[in-house]
Structure formats: structure tokens, C-alpha cells
Design a protein around this ligand. Structure first.
Ligand code: ZN
Length: 68
């Protein structure tokens, strides 16, 4: 049975039986690894966001202290 998945690169609908995305050439075979890699990247992005947030809060505190 042929299923359709969304290409992680261009968002095009691709058959799971296709080896590569017909639109951008992204490899579809082994897409599970791609998904895991993508989730790993997402985790890193989340950590970065938390770091930026903490830095912003620290800066805000510094500004508030300086004004007192
Ligand atoms: Zn694609």
C-alpha cells in the first residue's frame, strides 16, 4: 500500500515508495533517520531558546538593579 508523506525539505507530498522527492530530490528512503535528525536539531534549537531567554532575564535584572 502506497502512503503519502510530507517531504521534510520542501513540504511536497511524496509517496513513501519514492526514493527521493520529485520536487527537491531529498532522499525519502531512510526518512526515519532524517526525522530523528530533525528532532535532534529541534532539541538543540529548544536549548538555544532557553539560553537566550535566561540571558534576557539576567540582563533585565541588571538593568533594574542599575536603576535603583
Ligand atoms: Zn522535497
Amino acid at each position: 500500500m502506497t502512503q503519502m508523506i510530507t517531504c521534510p525539505t520542501c513540504g511536497n507530498g511524496v509517496s513513501t515508495e519514492a526514493e527521493t522527492c520529485p520536487q527537491c530530490g531529498h532522499p525519502i528512503a531512510g526518512r526515519k533517520n532524517d526525522l530523528e535528525e530533525w528532532q535532534g536539531k529541534n532539541r538543540k534549537g529548544c536549548l538555544k531558546a532557553i539560553l537566550i531567554l535566561l540571558t534576557s532575564i539576567a540582563l533585565l535584572f541588571l538593568v533594574l538593579m542599575a536603576n535603583k
